[in-house]
Design a protein. Structure first.
Lengths: 353, 353
């Protein structure tokens, strides 16, 4: 039997939603017989009051937190760990929460900060936020585990997470479509830059790799280990990996960069070595960030519907907080992406324009 | 006589800081004679209890809000107004506030949103935040006026604001140094892209223009109206303005772009028209964003100490909130910038490398 909500208890006991809430909050205010009926229904349904239900009893804060997992602890030295997508996502969440009269709290979470977890869960237990949107790379992220164990209202953004509400891009389809496009327009040795953080591959990248493998197979192209290249999510990494690639005797004719920032480093390295784009090597990014139309040559990229995903994640979190969506009714949506073709894959040979 | 703090009142009345706070909060708990002495001191000093002082009486929220003025209301259609610097600044503030056990709230403020102001000031009046960091372009921003009138604790970031605590870059010196460098290394017709938002020039850009004018005069170069070009803060705008510039018979030999994103559009337009950088035209950006080392050619830019400014703004706001810094003791610091020279101004003629 799955997790029950207080709505299930109310239905079972034949009372209103509010009466169940009152029993949880102020049992002394409820007539004894009614209370006993409700308590029996709770036992029958193996109901455990969750924080989602508790938030119905407390005054809601009308605040949510966006918590970003960042690889390493920032600020040891004078550094600042930048996450490429964090700024855009925060701007989108601030816009959407404000439209709905909600306040947005921004937190970063570093695995190597011993107090990091308790500071974040403190936000919920002190009722400073009603729920959390988690931006994590790995399914074993301790924050997700803790939120699940404590039954905090949360939604995962950008990571396909079994058993949790989540909003994800169709990563497999995105890369499948890009590889199919490259193969159909003449590429034969397509290099896959697989992004890693802290040296680990992520479920998101595993999905992308599946799209790469399946599209190659469909196109009758071999899956070559030497064309699968690790990198992190920076331009530096894209630049370095590309220079190494160019030192090999057997150069690829296309590169799928892990994201647009990595692609900027790829384009730079190819330019530094005098390799024509798209004439000799074609390049595809991921994210379609605002600068991509202005690289030299302009960058073909993959665009996800960020604002639509943000709206879905926020709406889902509000449903969880308000108790109208229980853990048996998972909201897990995959959002399709779109390939935006520009000059870096132009197949006409007009090259650098 | 300037604004008095409760510390001034305490000194005048010869009592402790805490006793004044108690009179403001729970006058019934203070002996009548003591209370009357303190009330007399308040009258003598024309003391008005401010929210800063109130926050000493209330349980502090240990939260601050970063509020960004965005030009137009986002989300009418399906759009999202992006501010180039917002992501980096939020990441820096999240890091610094977290290090100090503070919670960061992120808000955007649009002039054409009728409820925008009250939603932001509601954060303070409901004691959800102790103070606000304001990111605004114009000194007449209604948010700043309201915060001043209500004596809310706030610090302005990035705008030199008379009468308010603020953290600013030395914008005049930054451009002065860049123009002097260009003039000394051979540029004679240096174009100044003056950034505007909503068609208005900002005090920040006025400061930059002063640096431009003074450096030209020092170098014996004329100030030419035709070399002062309006643009907004996007790559599109930089691209468009540069194409128009190239249609003129009398081309400049250097361009100071309003920021790096504008410079990306400038580089793209020059490349599209086959103009060599730095051989024919040299280009300088502003902000030194992470992509600038990977443009083609790599971009000379101006770097401000963002994290240092964020730390200063946060520390100042905490002082204001805690009542240890009053309005007579303004914290206004200008932070020096640094010119990062790369290939887009390389004077050796190695050109595109």
């Amino acid at each position: 039997m799955g997790q029950m909500t207080i709505k299930d208890v109310a239905r079972r006991a034949g009372v209103s939603f509010q009466t169940v809430s009152l029993v949880l909050n102020h049992p002394e205010k409820v007539a004894r017989t009614t209370r006993e009926t409700i308590e029996a229904a709770m036992r029958d349904l193996e109901f455990v009051p969750s924080l989602a239900a508790r938030s119905l009893r407390k005054k809601p804060s009308r605040s949510i937190a966006c918590v970003f997992a960042v690889g390493a602890r920032p600020g040891d030295a004078d550094g600042l760990v930048q996450r490429a997508d964090e700024g855009l996502l925060l701007q989108a969440f601030a816009t959407v929460t404000d439209q709905h009269g909600y306040t947005l709290i921004h937190r970063r979470w570093c695995r190597d900060d011993p107090d990091g977890l308790s500071r974040i869960t403190g936000l919920v237990s002190e009722a400073r936020v009603d729920g959390i949107v988690v931006f994590a790379d790995q399914r074993d992220d301790p924050l997700i585990g803790l939120l699940q164990a404590k039954r905090f209202p949360f939604v995962v953004f950008g990571l396909d997470m079994p058993g949790a509400h989540c909003a994800v891009r169709a990563e497999r389809d995105a890369i499948y479509e890009a590889v199919r496009y490259l193969a159909r327009t003449g590429s034969r040795s397509i290099c896959f830059f697989k992004g890693e953080r802290d040296g680990r591959r992520t479920p998101t990248v595993a999905e992308r790799f599946r799209g790469y493998r399946e599209a190659l197979a469909e196109a009758g192209l071999p899956l070559r280990d030497d064309l699968v290249v690790p990198c992190d999510w920076t331009s530096e990494s894209g630049h370095r990996a590309t220079l190494r690639l160019l030192d090999r005797p057997d150069r690829p004719d296309a590169i799928l960069a892990a994201d647009d920032r990595v692609a900027f480093g790829v384009l730079k390295a190819l330019h530094d070595r005098g390799v024509r784009v798209p004439g000799a090597i074609r390049v595809v990014g991921f994210d379609n960030c605002v600068q991509s139309a202005f690289t030299i040559p302009s960058l073909t990229s993959i665009e996800g519907p960020t604002l639509e995903m943000v709206r879905f994640a926020f709406a889902t979190l509000v449903e969880v907080v308000e108790g109208t969506r229980g853990p048996d009714d998972l909201a897990q949506r995959q959002f399709p992406t779109r390939l935006v073709v520009r000059d870096s894959t132009g197949s006409t040979g007009r090259a650098q324009l």
